[in-house]
Design a protein around this ligand. Structure first.
Ligand SMILES: NC(=O)c1ccc[n+]([C@@H]2O[C@H](COP(=O)([O-])OP(=O)(O)OC[C@H]3O[C@@H](n4cnc5c(N)ncnc54)[C@H](O)[C@@H]3O)[C@@H](O)[C@H]2O)c1
Length: 343
C-alpha cells in the first residue's frame, strides 16, 4: 500500500526538500500539490504527478488522501493543520508550527481529537552530526554539559524564498514573527532534544539592523536576536540568530565537564569531540542541509515511517509547542527587559 500525500505550499521548501524526499520514499504517492499561485502547484504536479489545486480545502477533499505536508507561509500553518486533522489526514507541519501559543495548543488538541498524527518539521535533530552528538552526550564520555552556544545565521530569506528579492518572511502579517521563529526555533528544539532537558528561563535582545522593505524602511520583524537560556537542570547557553550573516553558520558547541563537542562548527569535520586530556576526534559523518546546498533531511522518511508503523511521531506537536514556548519567552524577555520563566 502506498500512502497518498498532498503538499500545501509549492515554494522553496516544498521544491528543495519535501517533494524530492517524497518521491524518494517507496511507501508514498504524491497525490496533490496546492499553492494559491496555481502555476506553482501545476509546475510541481507536472514533475511529480498528482492533482494541482489553488485552495487547500479542495486538496483536503481529494478522495483517498492519507496525509499532508503543510509548508505554506507561517501564519497559515495552524488553520491548515487543524482543517487537515479534522478531515482525517495525518499532518507533517513546517516550523514554526504556529505563530501563537493558543494556536499551537489548538493544533495539538485537533490531533488528539482526530486520532491522526501531527509531526513538526524540526529536521535539525536528524542531521548526521546531531544524531552522533546525541549518542556521545548520552554515553557520558564528556561528563555533564555545563554551557552551550548555538548559532544559526545566513544572508537572509530573500536569497531563499520563491519570491526572490522580496519575501513574506520580512512581513509581520504573513510571517507572524521574525528570525527567532524562523531560525532560532530550530536551534532551541535541537539543544532541548540533545540535552533531553526543558528550558526554564530566558533573557534576550533583538533588533532590526539591516533588512529593508521595498520602500527602503527597516522591516517590521527582527533580523537579529541574541538569547540567554537556562534549562531545568541548570545548563546555560546562548542562541544567536541572524538574517545578516554573509556566510551561513549553523554551529552548536557544548562545553562539558570532560571536553568540548563541536557540531557543524568546522568546514570539513561535521563533528569534533575535543576531550580535555587527549587529542580531539575529528568525524566526517555527513552534512546538514543549507540554503545553498540541500542534502536529504530525512524528515519525510521519518514521517512516513511513523505512518507505516502506526507510531506517534517523536517530533510531535507537544515538542513543537515547547520550542515555540521558548521563542515566545524570548520575545517577552525582549519586551519587558526581564528574565522570563518558561513553562
Ligand atoms: N525546516 C526548514 O529547514 C525550513 C526551511 C525553509 C522554510 N521552512 C518553512 O516552510 C514554510 C514555507 O517556506 P518557503 O521557504 O517554502 O517559503 P516560500 O515563500 O518559498 O513558499 C511559500 C509558498 O506558499 C504559498 N502559499 C502562501 N499562502 C498559501 C495558501 N493559503 N495556500 C497555499 N499556498 C500558499 C506561496 O504562494 C508560496 O509559493 C515556512 O513556514 C518556513 O518557515 C522550513
Amino acid at each position: 500500500m502506498k500512502y497518498q500525500i498532498g503538499v500545501i505550499g509549492a515554494g522553496s521548501i516544498a521544491r528543495k526538500r519535501h517533494l524530492p524526499e517524497l518521491l524518494d520514499n517507496p511507501h508514498v504517492r504524491i497525490a496533490a500539490v496546492c499553492d494559491t499561485v496555481l502555476e506553482r502547484a501545476e509546475e510541481m504536479t507536472e514533475i511529480y504527478g498528482g492533482k494541482a489545486f489553488s485552495d487547500y480545502r479542495d486538496l483536503l477533499a481529494l478522495k483517498g488522501l492519507d496525509a499532508v505536508i503543510v509548508c505554506a507561509t507561517n501564519t497559515t500553518h495552524a488553520e491548515m493543520t487543524i482543517a487537515a486533522l479534522q478531515a482525517g489526514k495525518h499532518v507533517l507541519c513546517e516550523k514554526p508550527m504556529a505563530t501563537t501559543l493558543p494556536a499551537a495548543r489548538a493544533m495539538i488538541e485537533a490531533a488528539e481529537q482526530s486520532g491522526k498524527f501531527l509531526m513538526i518539521a524540526h529536521n535539525q535533530r536528524l542531521a548526521p552530526a546531531c544524531v552522533k552528538a546525541g549518542e556521545i552526550l548520552q554515553s557520558g564520555k564528556l561528563g555533564k554539559v555545563l554551557t552551550f552556544q548555538t548559532v544559526f545565521g545566513h544572508p537572509g530569506s530573500e536569497y531563499w524564498a520563491i519570491d526572490a528579492g522580496r519575501t513574506w518572511f520580512y512581513e509581520r502579517q504573513v510571517a507572524g514573527l521574525g528570525v527567532m521563529s524562523d531560525l532560532g526555533i530550530h536551534k532551541i528544539d535541537l539543544v532541548h532534544w540533545l540535552l533531553d532537558d526543558d528550558f526554564s528561563e530566558a533573557a534576550a535582545m533583538a533588533g532590526t539592523l539591516n533588512k529593508v522593505n521595498a520602500a527602503g524602511a527597516l522591516i517590521d520583524v527582527e533580523d537579529n536576536a541574541l538569547c540567554l537560556l537556562r534549562t531545568k537542570r541548570g545548563v546555560m547557553g546562548t542562541v544567536t540568530v541572524s538574517w545578516t550573516y554573509q556566510k551561513e553558520d549553523n554551529s552548536t558547541i557544548f562545553y562539558c565537564e570532560k571536553g568540548v563537542l563541536r557540531i557543524y562548527a568546522h568546514p570539513d569535520y561535521q563533528l569534533i569531540v575535543d576531550y580535555s586530556n587527549t587529542e580531539g576526534e575529528y568525524h566526517k559523518v555527513g552534512e546538514i542541509p543549507t540554503n545553498v546546498k540541500q542534502v536529504k533531511s530525512g524528515i519525510v522518511d521519518l514521517f512516513v515511517d511513523c505512518l507505516v508503523n502506526n507510531r506517534k511521531p517523536e517530533i510531535s506537536g507537544e515538542e513543537g509547542y515547547k520550542a515555540l514556548e521558548t521563542v515566545m519567552a524570548c520575545f517577552e524577555a525582549i519586551k519587558s527587559r526581564r528574565v522570563v520563566s518558561i513553562g
